[in-house]
Design a binder for this molecule. Structure first.
Ligand code: MRU
Length: 332
């Protein structure tokens, strides 16, 4: 992705290795400043996944792969057990750990291969998604499914990047994405860096724009997709999909095969992470809810297959009813 770092434009991945150290963009410091965080131990990688210094399903997977390589010498099973406890919903995390456990040879080389495969898959998602985007399309996206969330290119943002590069004259609506504001802080930052025209909208505003005919299609990412074509993604995705269907607007979910979980039949089986109440009760670390008020804070919801027009994968565009046909191809 294109970023401005130390005053200069450069291409940067969301995370990469320098020798035996994992370097990642500090997603907690964005959009205020572009800072890098260095992780030299398994524990520091696990903590970075937990506190969301690195986030987004494919990027969590790549961080876990690198974390496995760093923790390998002290016992790969111990490393796997620690990383499995970090975040429960993203399938990519578990897929990356399985990939590393099954790998032979230098674990750092395996982790690098895993991360590069993810970036390549996202590039192909952009290519397969491009024909779905008409000229002058106005596209809604939710949360951040960009390069930050995926090593590079993004999932939902990959076809958007490709459409912008192809001069389709697109416009993006970025849901702010309460409570952690990934849409406002991260998606908008990525779109600004690429010069892609967009507006941040309050989460509650998407239905208004859809009903008025101001949104032509929706593209989101996913954290886990089950055999029947249900998809878990950032909280709030489900209601966007329902309103899209009500208004006859196509709803696409862009995801690499590492996000598909063919061991689960339906989305009801997906573990949904519950995060701290403080994320809802506070804004920027300042409590805005009345003293004594409690909150619930599920980080993800499940969109049933019937609301999803198609999945955009590195193997092509797939209808929800055809997800099961991908099963044999997912174990790379
Ligand atoms: O809690 P987060 O920020 O890790 O959630 C991220 C999302 O929900 C993304 O949409 C999803 O991981 C797909 S990222 C390409």
């Amino acid at each position: 992705m294109r970023v401005i770092f130390n005053g200069k434009a450069k291409q940067m991945r969301a995370l990469w290795m320098e020798g035996k150290t994992l370097v990642m963009i500090d997603q907690l410091a964005l959009p205020g400043s572009l800072k890098l965080v260095k992780c030299k131990t398994l524990e520091s990688v696990a903590a970075a996944i937990e506190d969301m210094t690195v986030r987004g399903a494919p990027a969590i997977g790549a961080a876990a792969a690198y974390g496995m390589a760093i923790g390998w010498k002290d016992g790969k099973d111990k490393a796997a057990a620690r990383l499995r406890k970090t975040r429960p919903t993203a399938r990519d995390l578990f897929r990356a750990i399985e990939y590393m456990l099954a790998s032979k040879g230098d674990p750092f080389a395996s982790a690098e291969r895993y991360a590069t495969d993810v970036a390549d898959a996202c590039k192909r998602i952009g290519e397969f998604g491009l024909p779905l985007i008409p000229k002058k399309a106005r596209i809604l996206t939710h949360c951040n499914a960009g390069a930050l969330a995926t090593v590079d290119y993004g999932t939902a943002l990959a076809p958007i990047r490709a459409a912008h590069a192809a001069k389709r004259g697109i416009f993006v609506f970025a849901d702010e994405t309460r409570p952690r504001l990934q849409g406002m802080a991260l998606t908008s930052w990525e779109l600004l860096n690429e010069g892609i025209p967009h507006a941040i909208i309050a989460d509650n505003a998407a239905g208004h724009f859809m009903r008025r005919g101001e949104i032509d299609l929706v593209i989101t990412g996913a954290d886990r997709i089950t055999l029947n074509g249900d998809a878990a993604n950032k909280i709030g995705t489900y209601e966007k999909a329902v309103v899209a269907k009500e208004n006859g607007i196509p709803f696409y979910v862009a995801a690499p095969l590492t996000t598909f979980d063919f061991s689960l039949k339906t989305g009801n089986e997906i573990p949904i992470e519950e995060r701290p109440e403080s994320e809802v009760l506070e804004l920027g670390g300042i409590r805005v809810a009345p003293k004594g008020a409690r909150a619930r804070n599920p980080a993800f919801d499940v969109t049933p297959a019937k609301y999803i027009t198609a999945f955009i994968t590195e193997n092509g565009v797939v209808r929800p009813r055809d997800v099961k046909k991908l099963a044999g191809r997912a174990q790379r």
